[in-house]
Design a protein around this ligand. Structure first.
Ligand SMILES: [Zn+2]
Length: 135
């Protein structure tokens, strides 16, 4: 953080603003935490761990807004949704549902909502078939 978010004065290493006297230690520590989470998320992206990366990115973005990270998040949401569709096609409904729910927790994408509906139908159908075969 280069400037005080309250009065825009240039900051030095001191967490107290030299102009308005605001104690910025909390703000600075959440900014540092956001950066640490972002770095961990980027490592997970590189390892192909989309679901875990999305969790850390979401946390990082709650602490500090960053347009680049929002773009990365959108990219990963799209990737996660494609993986959910692919799991759906291979009848991995439970897996597809958990991936879809994660997407929906972050963003209410219409495709994710539609996929969730279809998955509920499939999973309810499976439960009814089980009940039927037992009778
Ligand atoms: Zn200030």
């Amino acid at each position: 953080m280069e400037r005080c978010p309250i009065c825009r004065a240039r900051l030095k290493s001191d967490p107290v603003c030299p102009r308005c006297g605001s104690d910025l230690s909390q703000v600075l520590s959440s900014a540092a935490k956001a950066l640490a989470l972002r770095d961990q998320a980027l490592l997970l992206v590189a390892q192909g761990e989309t679901a875990s990366a999305l969790r850390l990115l979401q946390h990082s973005l709650l602490l500090k807004r960053d347009p680049m990270l929002v773009a990365l998040q959108n990219f990963l949401l799209d990737k996660q949704l494609r993986q959910a569709v692919s799991a759906f096609k291979q009848q991995g409904y439970t897996e597809a549902l958990s991936m879809t729910k994660q997407v929906l927790d972050i963003k209410k994408l219409p495709l994710a909502l539609a996929l969730q509906e279809m998955l509920f139908d499939k999973l309810n159908g499976a439960v009814q078939e089980l009940d039927f075969s037992e009778n």
